[in-house]
Ligand binder design. Structure first.
Ligand SMILES: *[C@@H]1O[C@H](CO)[C@@H](O)[C@H](O)[C@H]1NC(C)=O
Length: 437
């Protein structure tokens, strides 16, 4: 699913031998070194000197590391023989195994695996998952499959990797707490990824073209949808959503997750945290400590320690509330069609792999007031167990999901020559040449 441009290109470089490769890598390091080592790893680390020294040694064509890269680096079926953090018996994937000095360990791993260096500072791994057993809702598993298909489509279009997990990594950390052990394990398993993007199983992409504005997050390590003032001053835990978050693969995030998860059901302080959360956040309507209120607590009460590194996004629907969105899809479809009727280049048929260039071209015509919502999140609908929040009718939830899934699917099927003419109907029609002129 992932597209590593470096891999395609490097197969050409590698056949030309070490010296040329050394030059190419040196060039890559200069560009990458400045932008990423400074911007992407904001924590000051006393050991950064050793990494810089290694970086220097890598530029020398006689370096043993370069030769290791020549023989194995481009071939993903080979690992580098030198020791990395994986060889440390103390290193573990569970939340209970502390990890120190992760930023340097990650950097060193990257230095030993140069094919992953180009693009490292923006590389994203999507992590999502669902419960270990079958869904109680008779259509639950079908819905989850379609929600997953939607994420796979998005990943294929943008060249991201995805990890779907459906086992509990910690017996006591179930439901909304289950994601933290998964995110930690994903960080350990993917040192090549700068960001881990958790997306709940009931959230989906409804703009297949929009990409995260990562440049905005250079000084932040955790991005969630929400309104800072409502969280900090209004003590509202509904003013943010912890079901979709982007977290930097760095030491700060590991420390933050330790803190965050210390409010979870595996912790001796679970009960105490439930009381603290309930007392402070009046909109919390149950006693058990939960991760969303936990996050709101850390943003508002431990602002200097954690809150300042957390970005609350409101500029676009990073986790859009479905109730406000599902009735807008038809009109939005019409607006996008109008744009395409007015610009022949946007109607040009093209391969899915070159789709991003058309998305960029369309961007200047799209207005914020009617742009497709990036993510539609069916909060409270519970597609798998079917126990939706009583304030919604089940039909609202199921029809809303059907519409959203077909709305997103239309954006994908366009490249395959088909369209769902009716968003409430999964059947499709072939699209004619020059559609939608
Ligand atoms: C969609 O557009 C129609 C016609 O312009 C308008 O009457 C309707 O209110 C719009 N629906 C929504 C949900 O915005």
């Amino acid at each position: 699913m992932a597209r590593f441009n470096s891999r395609n290109n490097s197969s050409i470089w590698f056949s030309d031998g070490c010296v040329f490769l050394g030059g190419v890598l040196a060039a890559v390091f200069v560009v990458w070194g400045f932008s990423s080592f400074i911007a992407a790893f904001p924590t000051k680390n006393p050991n950064s000197q050793s990494v810089t020294t290694k970086l220097e040694s890598l530029k020398r064509p006689d370096s043993a590391l370069i030769c290791a890269a020549c023989t194995h680096g481009a071939d993903l079926r080979h690992d580098c023989p030198e020791k990395t953090f994986y060889d440390d018996p103390e290193m573990g994937y569970t939340l209970s195994k502390p990890m120190n000095n992760w930023d340097n360990k990650r950097k060193e791993w990257l230095l030993r695996h140069p094919p992953f260096i180009p693009g490292a500072e923006t590389r994203i791994l999507i992590v999502t998952g669902s419960q270990p057993g079958p869904c109680q809702n008779p259509i639950g598993d079908h819905l989850l499959l379609r929600f997953f298909k939607n994420k796979v489509d998005y990943c294929r279009i943008h060249g991201y990797n995805i990890f779907y997990n459906n086992v509990l990594f910690h017996k006591k950390m179930d439901t909304y707490w289950s994601k933290y052990p998964m995110v930690k394990a994903a960080m350990m398993a993917h040192p090549e990824a700068e960001w881990i993007w958790w997306i709940d199983s009931d959230a989906m992409f409804t703009d297949m073209d929009f990409k995260l504005p990562l440049h905005r997050y250079n000084n932040h390590n955790l991005i969630v949808h929400g309104w800072r003032r409502l969280v900090e001053e209004g003590k509202s835990s509904m003013a943010l959503n912890a079901g979709v978050f982007l977290i930097r693969n760095c030491q700060w995030s590991l420390d933050f997750m330790d803190k965050w998860a210390s409010m979870g059901p595996q912790s001796p302080d679970y009960k105490k945290w439930g009381q603290i959360q309930k007392k402070l956040f009046k909109d919390k309507n149950f006693l058990e400590s939960d991760d969303q209120v936990g996050l709101a607590y850390l943003i508002s009460e431990e602002k200097a320690k954690w809150g300042n590194k957390i970005y609350l996004e409101t500029e676009y629907e990073f986790s859009g509330y479905w109730k406000n969105l599902v009735d807008t899809y038809e009109n939005i479809t019409e607006r996008y069609s109008e744009v395409e009727r007015g610009e022949k280049r946007l109607r040009k048929r093209h391969a899915e792999m070159v789709r991003e260039s058309y998305s960029e071209m369309r961007e200047k015509y799209v207005k914020k007031s009617w742009r497709r919502p990036f993510i539609t999140h069916f909060t409270g609908c519970q597609p798998c167990n079917g126990n939706h929040n009583p304030k919604y009718s089940g039909d609202d939830c199921w029809n809303g999901m059907e519409k959203a899934l077909n709305f997103a699917d239309n954006q994908v099927l366009r490249n395959y020559g088909y369209v769902h003419p009716n968003l409430l109907d999964s059947s499709v029609s072939p699209i004619p040449f020059d559609y939608p002129a």
